[in-house]
Design a protein around this ligand. Sequence first.
Ligand code: AMP
Ligand code: MG
Length: 509
Amino acid sequence: MEGSTFSELNWKNSFLLGTPGDDEIGGVPRQVPGACWSRVHPTNVPDPKLRLWSNEVGELLGLQRGDAQILGGNMVVEGMDPYAQRYGGHQFGNWANQLGDGRAITLGEVTAGDKILELQLKGPGRTPYSRFADGKAVLRSSIREFLCSEAMHHLGVPTTRALSLVTTGENVVRDVMYNGNPAPEAGAIVCRVAQSFIRFGSFQIHAMNGDKATLEQLVDHTIQQHFPKHSMSDDASLIAWLNQIATETAVMIAHWMRVGFVHGVMNTDNMSIHGLTIDYGPYGWIEDYNPNWTPNTTDARTGRYRFGQQAQIGAWNLARLLESISPLMEDPERLYECLETYYTAYEEQNNAFWADKLGLDEFQDEDETLVTQLTSNLQLVETDMTIFFRLLSTMEKPDVDHLQFAFYDSENIPTDEWNTWLASWWKRVGGKPNHAVMKKTNPKYVLRNWMAQLAIDAAEKEDYSIAVELLELMKTPYDEHENHEEKWFQKRPEWARHRVGCSMLSCSS
Ligand code: AMP
Ligand code: MG
């Protein structure tokens, strides 16, 4: 078999060496002031079975198909030094103080080419940061995280990756909709991979508790290890570093808007310092184009994290990160520049994506009207976002008939409004929209909520074939797949409209 075994990998533990940690190993959930991490051992599970494996992430690490004992947390090999990270966060706008890796344990870091990648188990049992919970994860949410990480990567959206999914052979009790109906579910563990899992909240926890010394060490480590072009030697250097984070965060969110992804829980503890989509929980994909939609039922009333508000929330979260770096600045007022950077980067990237989505040569100021009219038309009747843009990408003449499949009710298509819009678009592109660019920008396939749910329903009966099929399909989401029957190029089926797991999700995982 090609590739190394886990023990043959080149393990590093720079985070443990570079930042202050907890003196105690493991232990009960508690406050751990002054620490960035606590060493902790994954909890043993009865019967770990490897169910899903990403060949590409395996290759990235130079790893052969993995060992369920290790990926299920039963075995730690030499070189690994497992720990849980300590961080805080604003949850739904409120400061929650210490959160931390309550159900995640990092095994260690591995050098892979010119990169260092961290391997982290999600769901391997209790840590000092588990608060009142068990530190475990269920199959349902693990399948969602595994498939979506890989789908996002192939869609070109910055994301943490997923290496494996292991079932643990034990049941975990969850109350899926938080409505007093707890039930046992299959337990599972995903191994996820990223440069690091450092979050905005990793810095906030120290700043909010007035611990400047630890904050300084964490910033120093983060810059040295992950942003070597930068330094923390003065205000200008810190600003340059934060500008990079601001830009990468803005670009990530512009991508979410391009493909119709709603994160669902953009708390500051779920914001990666690398501008990666992280912590797949009650996320969802827009089906009918509705900027007010959120998949997260916990957020249904206020819609704080709804589709159309993600860019603003990104700015709010960035402001919290900037505040937490301010103790290290001589002139904290200068941090406003990074918010400007964020807004400019978002606007530029978002406009560039609109130009590509519509096959324009470049985005001009006047195109704003075209986009506004388009997004308001999309909301006149239930219209599938993905199908709409994909069909637009193959339009040969400006005629709404070509888009018919995108509408839920074929009897009720706003023909006049669309033909008016199509005429102005056609004029703008001089009758020659750039179809090639459009097809690379408007995916044919996304991981619709009901598609993931079908994979989950099968997996719960020990059938992983749909999960594997979707993993394969989502490797080339911009291709036509002409020989394929069109079963995944479909609007949401009626059964999924109000089904838990499809239109309604919670943080229970
Ligand atoms: P989230 O917003 O879902 O990423 O999680 C918020 C916080 O709750 C994080 O600190 C998680 O580690 C923690 N958490 C969520 N689920 C569990 C669980 N099953 N056991 C322990 N901690 C958890
Ligand atoms: Mg989280």
